[in-house]
Design a protein around this ligand. Structure first.
Ligand code: CA
Length: 229
């Protein structure tokens, strides 16, 4: 597990779509320092490719991008239900309004201060319950501070890996997740040994937390947690 300086597990994955490298680097470094896991895309096409294969908790999206711009990419992102914060140039009020109309959660005006970026990221993630201390999902109560899990008031004992797997599904309900993504997010690094580790841990997790009917296999993809809205 990759840990940030503040000891926050790198379970929250942010996609940064920005063609200006110094800005992308600044964002990546600032968020990594806070314990987030970051991936950068330099243009809309690269971002669309990444979105096809991976699951993200938040997207920071520059408006002015070569070829496919941020607004066009937003049309593609919206059905994925991933919160988006637009990065817009100073003074471009029309851009901000358009971004919010397209469904963005917020916008940040460039140039920006890192503290402002972090504050806005935090607010959006809280709105989407990504940073909630206590999650209630699929009949479970998960306290991410104490890393404890309960069902009907009874505590369930999980290994660290099982807990991280649980948290990944709990934070991304109703979303099909590729085995590769699950592996990268829970174990970290590349995907060297095929699907065995993921499958074994999912089976064990299902039994332990009582998600036999909820944690469904998705053919040729991986798994999806089916819970009500
Ligand atoms: Ca740009």
């Amino acid at each position: 597990m990759i840990m940030g300086q503040k000891g926050v597990p790198a379970l929250i994955h942010v996609l940064i779509v920005e063609d200006e490298k110094p800005i992308a680097d600044l964002i990546r470094l600032s968020l990594t320092k806070e314990g987030f896991c970051c991936t950068c895309a330099q243009d809309g096409a690269q971002a669309a490719d990444l979105l096809e294969r991976n699951t993200y908790d938040l997207i920071l999206l520059d408006v002015m991008l070569p070829e496919v711009d941020g607004f066009e990419l937003m049309e593609y992102i919206r059905p994925l239900e991933i919160p988006v914060i637009f990065l817009t140039a100073k003074g471009a009020l029309a851009d901000r309004v358009k971004g919010l109309r397209l469904g963005a959660e917020d916008y940040i005006v460039k140039p920006f201060e890192v503290v402002e970026l972090l504050a806005r990221v935090d607010v959006v993630l809280r709105r989407y319950q990504k940073r909630d201390a206590v999650l209630e999902v699929g009949g479970l109560r998960i306290d991410t501070g104490s890393m404890q899990v309960w069902r009907d008031g009874e505590e369930i004992s999980l290994t660290k890996t099982e807990y991280e797997l649980l948290l990944l599904f709990a934070r991304n309900p109703r979303r099909a997740m590729y085995r590769e993504t699950i592996y990268e997010r829970v174990w970290g690094g590349d995907y060297p040994f095929g699907s065995k580790a993921v499958d074994l841990h999912v089976q064990r997790l299902r039994r332990k937390v009582g998600w036999e009917n909820q944690l469904k296999a998705v053919n040729k993809v991986g798994y999806r947690l089916e819970v009500g809205l």
